[in-house]
Ligand binder design. Sequence first.
Ligand SMILES: Nc1nc2c(ncn2[C@@H]2O[C@H](COP(=O)(O)OP(=O)(O)OP(=O)(O)O)[C@@H](O)[C@H]2O)c(=O)[nH]1
Ligand SMILES: [Mg+2]
Length: 469
Amino acid sequence: MNLYDTISAISTPMGEGGISVIRVSGENTFAVIEKIFFKDNLMKKKFTFADESTHTIHFGYIFDNKNKNLTDEVLISIFKNPNSYTGEDVVEISSHGGSFITQKILNILLQNNIRHAEPGEFTKRAFLNGRIDLSQAEAVADLIKAKTDSAHSSSIKQLEGSLSEFVKKTQQDIINIVSLVELELDFAEEGLEFVKKDEIKLKVETLNSKLEKIISSYITGKVIREGVNLVIAGKPNSGKSSLFNYLLNHNRAIVSEIAGTTRDYIEENLILKGILFSLIDTAGLRDSDDEIESEGIKRSFKKIRDADLILYLIDSSTDENIIKEDEKYFKDNFYEEKSILIYSKSDLRNKNNFNNKNGVKIKPDKIEISLLKDESIETLKNEMLKKVAVSEINTSSNEIILTNLRHKICLEKVVTSLNEAIATIQTGMSGEFISVDLRNALKHLGEITGETTNDMILENIFRNFCIGK
Ligand SMILES: Nc1nc2c(ncn2[C@@H]2O[C@H](COP(=O)(O)OP(=O)(O)OP(=O)(O)O)[C@@H](O)[C@H]2O)c(=O)[nH]1
Ligand SMILES: [Mg+2]
């Protein structure tokens, strides 16, 4: 990929709409646009970029310069380098919406020695031209994909440079320690000791615990970015589909008193406190001779295996022994840290003589719900948020929440290097060796913002962008 090519792409999604935007960036941008864009519909009144200021919008006509056919009436926005998204000369053509027109305009541009942009290439140029750093470029992709408030707010903060600032501050902290170590080296020959090794060790340890805290925010970050796979499971007739509908506030799944109603799983989105839950209702778990039901149960297990969180329902209106059996089944087959055990239909419990004297004793920490009486649904929702580790972290606060796996891996490498520095201090090795470890930590920090990076990493990041961004 040649960085100096002039590139173009349709930046708005395919399909019909009011307007579409075609973006052009690179050093030939203005020259090519002057060949195809005119102030009148007869190709007589030329448009000259040299006469116009940056950040202005102009009305005119796009022509196919090969056959002189009028293609569309458009507005063009001018961004002269370096004050553009990419840092290069940029023109954005706002044409009438519709894939036919936009494709036609793009083709005219491509006939004029302009290359089709790769996914994310505009943003990549913004990074390579120093307009934004790598963590901000990644935030652009996340911002486009955001489906909830929390995902939106974490990516906009990152785009505004919250992570970049944190990286810069941490780099400065490490540089300060390196300077102390290296100053020490200069004077070591003269037998002077400026700072105690213990003091340096303490500084590195303090920094490390700060970084570890941020690394641990990744669990929350992943939930914010990707959402949670939430599966409702349990024996037939335990009220799974009813709960599914209740949470969605919509009669999506068929509910009946016949055991084995739900065959195939059903998936819908639910947003709670800004967290996206992919809610999945499954077929009731039991041994079945029915071929279709068995296939449904097989699918239930697959969904359960892939789930981030499982709501396991036990029908509290059934017989005590059946409940006990079901509790055992749950204990033997589900991970407690990934599941919430729920006793459903609590309104029917007393009617069926299930009281605490001779009936089932439901442990106080377990959740009993009744959809009929709207009982404990809020408790359940809070428990769901607590289980996915988002209840304590205020997503609107200024605390850094890591949402990107690459950033997490870089920070882990920083921590490893800092731990090596601590070990080096402990073995009493000379300052030179401590300094090497600390400089490694600096290098890994720089990978987050792209100060130290390689082409493979870049390609990997921008490959996941959409075309035209
Ligand atoms: N009284 C009462 N009935 C409930 C409650 N929740 C569900 N039910 C009833 O329990 C029966 C079974 O509900 P479903 O939601 O179809 O159960 P399911 O677990 O999806 O069943 P399968 O799809 O067959 O596995 C229906 O008759 C519901 O109306 C509740 O909180 N109280
Ligand atoms: Mg069902």
